[in-house]
Design a protein around this ligand. Structure first.
Ligand SMILES: Nc1nc2c(c(=O)[nH]1)N[C@H]1C(S)=C(S)[C@@H](COP(=O)(O)O)O[C@H]1N2
Ligand SMILES: [Mo]
Length: 450
């Protein structure tokens, strides 16, 4: 077929010594494939094929919608319709499904956000394996064909681009690399919708092929097939199966085990951040959970007081809580401690996936509302000593404000709050996302928003 002088990428019948310009023209017109990855012979793994791709596809089809739905739930949990909570001002139509985030069950956000982050991380190896299995298609030549083909490739671009964008921004965010030149929340939200739309198109196009491909081989038999007996899948119209497969160096079950082990490793090293007790120590992939801060409150700190510029002078004996309702009241910490105190076990569940349940003691928000001549029915606008930043204030809904378990917490686990956990006082609302449990509170405003 090709002699030594032909070079590795010459097609049969290609005239030798043709000008580079003519060759480029032939590539561009789609008459000829450019060398390297654009030629089918380049891709030699004997494992690639529609069955393998479909196995990874099925896992993603089961998992990614759950990641997406819990993500959309997380956005709703932020209550972005309340004044000041809107982290995505340009949400437009994307806010169509928002609803009042409930206070019960208290563990709901802990579960949905834990699933969002931990399942998302666990699917990373599967996503990479799936992309690996279809990579020859990235180099299909000519890049566009019939209108239907062009449309399909465009949707794939959005699908792969959307998935990669969501995973990269999500992982950077939970690893606290806030390196984006844009705001994470709107970008991650828009990316999700682009990805979901592309996924819907992709599933509509590919579902029949997914089913026939999965039926083409027995999963159980594949798990019993050793390297020695591993053969390529039969040639397929999509060109996933290598045209000139190399001898296998790993069996299909070996590859599945490798990907599965990768997922289980990620799961095992990150799930602990959602658990209390000794398991938390296993979350080696989680950035939080190592630093508990000074003081007796034995659980992780998100932002320390120092890191957000809250200084000891503001939190000392001079500190007063301002409560605004029909009238304005100012209270010292001693006066708050003299009010009826209630104790509840409530979780802190951070958007970044970690969570913990602790025993909080404090004054009911409804009691404070009443003290100022309000009833909490207008919700409450909370201001922190922290100046600036999205977490320096929060709006809580009427339902959150009037829940008897919603506290201005003064103590945790029987001890005064440590400075890093929000001393002198912090918000604790059942089932609220962690960000809404504002620390270092200086003002509660129960008046109806203007
Ligand atoms: N003022 C203020 N309150 C805040 C934050 C903050 O950065 N500033 N972080 C929030 C976030 S994102 C979480 S998850 C919880 C964490 O509480 P902890 O640090 O006591 O564990 O506090 C919330 N309250
Ligand atoms: Mo958080």
């Amino acid at each position: 077929m090709s002699s030594a002088s032909d070079g590795p990428h010459r097609h049969p019948g290609e005239p030798a010594g043709r000008g580079a310009g003519a060759r480029l023209w032939a590539y561009l017109r789609g008459q000829e494939r450019p060398p390297g990855p654009f030629r089918p012979e380049f891709w030699r793994s004997p494992l690639r094929g529609p069955w393998l791709t479909s196995v990874f596809g099925l896992v993603l089809l089961a998992g990614l919608p759950l990641v997406a739905i819990t993500g959309l739930i997380s956005y709703a949990a932020y209550d972005p319709r309340l004044p000041g909570n809107d982290i995505t001002p340009e949400k437009g139509l994307f806010g169509f499904y928002l609803f009042d985030w409930p206070t019960s069950p208290v563990w709901l956000y802990r579960v949905t956000q834990g699933v969002h982050v931990i399942l998302g991380l666990t699917l990373v190896p599967v996503l990479l394996a799936k992309l690996w299995s279809v990579i020859p298609k990235l180099f299909a030549w000519p890049p566009t064909g019939s209108p239907a083909q062009t449309l399909e490739r465009a949707s794939l671009l959005l699908l792969v681009g959307g998935a990669v964008f969501e995973f990269v921004t999500g992982i950077l965010n939970i690893q606290l690399f806030y390196v984006f030149p844009f705001s994470f929340y709107p970008a991650h939200l828009y990316g999700a919708w682009i990805f979901l739309a592309a996924l819907a198109v992709h599933v509509a196009i590919k579902l029949p092929r997914l089913v026939t491909s999965l039926r083409s081989r027995s999963f159980r038999r594949e798990l019993r097939t050793s390297l020695r007996d591993t053969r390529p899948e039969p040639p397929d119209p999509d060109g996933l199966v290598a045209a000139a497969p190399a001898p296998p160096t790993i069996s299909r079950r070996g590859l599945l085990a490798f990907v599965g082990a990768g997922s289980l490793t990620v799961l095992g090293l990150s799930a602990g951040q959602t658990m209390d007790g000794p398991w938390r120590r296993t979350a080696l992939l989680a950035p939080h959970g190592r630093y508990y801060g000074p003081g007796p409150n034995d659980f992780q700190v998100n932002k320390t007081a120092a890191s957000v510029g809250v200084v000891a002078a503001e939190t000392g004996p001079e500190w007063r809580l301002t409560v605004r309702g029909a009238r304005q009241v100012r209270l010292s910490r001693e006066q708050l401690l003299a009010m009826p105190l209630y104790t509840y076990r409530l979780p802190i569940a951070c958007v970044e996936g970690w969570s913990t349940e602790q025993t909080w003691t404090g004054v009911r928000l409804t009691d404070l509302a009443r003290l100022s001549g309000a009833d909490g029915g207008a919700g409450v606008y909370v201001r922190s000593l922290q100046r600036g930043g999205v977490f320096s204030h929060v709006s809580l809904s009427a339902g959150q404000t009037t829940d008897p378990r919603s506290l201005l917490a003064l103590r945790v686990n029987g001890a005064d709050l440590s400075l890093d956990h929000g001393f002198p006082a912090r918000i604790m609302v059942p089932n609220a996302p962690g960000v809404h449990n504002t620390k270092w509170v200086r003002e509660l405003d129960f008046r109806a928003p203007p």
